[in-house]
Design a protein around this ligand. Structure first.
Ligand code: FMN
Length: 217
């Protein structure tokens, strides 16, 4: 059982990566072999609107034809059983890199030509971890829930279960005293980090494990 995890945060060891690694551990605990890819290490662009994936003459598209560092990653994803994704919320959405990645992953599989909506013939279970600075109670009013559900909808074009875990009110810096950030209470952030973040990590672990068990069954 193969899994690929995609870190859409520029930071390799902070909130998003920590949760993603927990999801990886969960999938591994149920027998998955997991590869971790940091998006910010790759040179790639989002969809260039060439529409090669929609050409009648071409073979059925599953993989975007653009050639860059993403080409090989997409090829490996398409032959995997589980895809784990992680992104911080940046300006009310996933990071630019993660958005570009999603365009490349999803658009080739999005059918313009069938009621099924998908060209993909395989099954990939998908799980997303989202991190953000805002507290949980503001998710709905800032429209984040819509973004998460929208991504879930698109990921379901890969024919598997799609789940997500949200970690809100994240601790953002190593030392709050060094930053002009008086809008945030370090004391409150530290409490969330101590009490809620480990619960979110467990949720990410459980999600990874659940997705691997779907593959097994
Ligand atoms: C450029 C930028 C934009 C951000 N925009 C938002 C935002 O719109 N909403 C929010 O809740 N948090 C926002 N944040 C906070 C991050 O989502 C939060 O700190 C997250 O945990 C960072 O993930 P990381 O620790 O993996 O880097 C922003 C942070 C940065 C650097």
């Amino acid at each position: 059982m193969k899994a690929i995890a995609i870190n859409g945060s520029p930071r390799k060891n902070w909130n998003t990566a920590t949760l993603l690694k927990k999801a990886i551990d969960g999938a591994a605990s149920a027998g998955a072999e997991v590869e971790l890819v940091h998006l910010y290490d790759l040179e790639f662009k989002g969809c260039c609107s060439c529409f090669s994936c929609k050409r009648k003459a071409g073979k059925v598209a599953e993989c975007c034809v653009m050639k860059d560092d993403m080409t090989e990653v997409l090829r490996r994803i398409m032959s995997s059983d589980i895809l784990l994704l992680g992104s911080p919320v940046y300006l009310g959405n996933i990071t630019g890199e993660m958005k570009s990645f999603m365009e490349r992953l999803i658009f080739a599989n999005l059918s313009y030509d069938s009621a099924e909506r998908t060209n993909f013939t395989g099954v990939i279970q998908t799980g997303f971890v989202y991190t953000m600075g805002l507290p949980h109670e503001m998710l709905e009013s800032f429209g984040y829930q819509y973004i998460f559900e929208n991504n879930k909808n698109y990921l379901q074009l890969l024919n598997g279960q799609s789940e997500y875990v949200i970690s809100a009110d994240c601790y953002q810096f190593d030392d709050y005293s060094k930053y002009a950030a008086s809008n945030f209470s370090e004391k409150h952030k530290a409490k969330i980090r101590r009490e809620q973040f480990p619960i979110d990590c467990q949720s990410a672990f459980d999600m990874g494990k659940r997705l691997a068990l779907y593959v097994e069954n």
